[in-house]
Design a protein around this ligand. Sequence first.
Ligand code: NAD
Length: 360
Amino acid sequence: MSEQIVIKSHKGPYTVFFNNDLLVEPEQLLAGTPHFLIDSRVAHLYRQQLGAILDHPHVIAITATEENKSIGRIIPIIEQLVANKIRRDHVLVAIGGGILQDITCFIASTLLRGIPWKFVPTTLLAQADSCIGSKSSINLGPTKNILGTFNPPNEIFICQSFLDTLEAKEVLSGVGEIIKVHAIEGKEAFDSLARDYDRLLHDRATLLHYIHAALRIKQRFIEVDEFDRGVRNIFNYGHSFGHAIESATDFSVPHGIAVAMGMDMANRISVLRGWLPERQFERMHGVLLKNHALFSKTPIPMDLFMGALMKDKKNTATKLVLILPHGEETRIERVQVDGDELFRRQCERFLQDLSRSVMA
Ligand code: NAD
């Protein structure tokens, strides 16, 4: 086992282990009385390596879809855990990406008023970003992430071998969140990532460097504002727009890619409102576009997009609450804007310019 990161939380410290031997030595996951919730695709792809886990009597395989992350679909999983006689001194173990994380974290917070849980993130997005920070987010019908809790896992095991089987779009999705964290860190961090962008897609050591860096940056914010009441808010940069893009496209755009497109849109809206110099938009646009280009032509119905944006849980009763960049330093700040006709036209203009530039 190599480096570890210890994160402070309201539940006490928890550790991120970087353990690339996990697939050959899964003992750490079999200790105590575990109940496994595993992404069915991961179970299939790693059938051989995860044999000792998959042969365990308490394994529930779940297909990682947004529908399965809804409150209604979680009830049968809880029923199964109860039928398997789960107790408070047992441990839930999630193996999968953000969807398995959200489902397990939510159940671990509420079932029997709290059960310890461990997480083995298998996507880049979960390894570089979502695995720390305590949040669970569950959908209610079509409304994304409206239910949730703050409940970090007791241990996280990052095993980079899982990245070998990710589809290209899932790698890009994880990179989208890595870009976001570096944008929040500042111009220097963002520009250095932009320079390394092509290399990190093909070189595992470079990617691992950025997974560490992203977790370290996020750690600083979640340790002072775990419950997202203050400074941590800026981690929602690109997210209001991103969630609206996901929702308006029926989740055909992967989360981190929608966030990259959302950051690009946030930057354009800041320029149109005179808050961000055009050259700062251009400085960031190149790498953001590289990240979301595969999906830049996806039609985004404006009414569905605006409807989803208006429902964002950060909004006040009368205003949209957005995270937008400001000034030469591209400071990422929380602002309130009217969701009026002007705002709609500015969003539309970004999307039109985007489809023109990708067609050209
Ligand atoms: P995911 O869980 O949606 O999985 C994406 C796809 O990758 C699925 O088809 C899955 O089966 C597959 N997959 C997973 N691991 C694989 C592997 N090793 N090899 C091949 N395929 C694999 O992926 P995600 O992007 O990690 O998660 C997105 C979800 O996470 C969204 O629902 C989002 O809202 C949520 N999220 C939560 C937080 C949080 O803090 N709780 C933060 C960000 C995102």
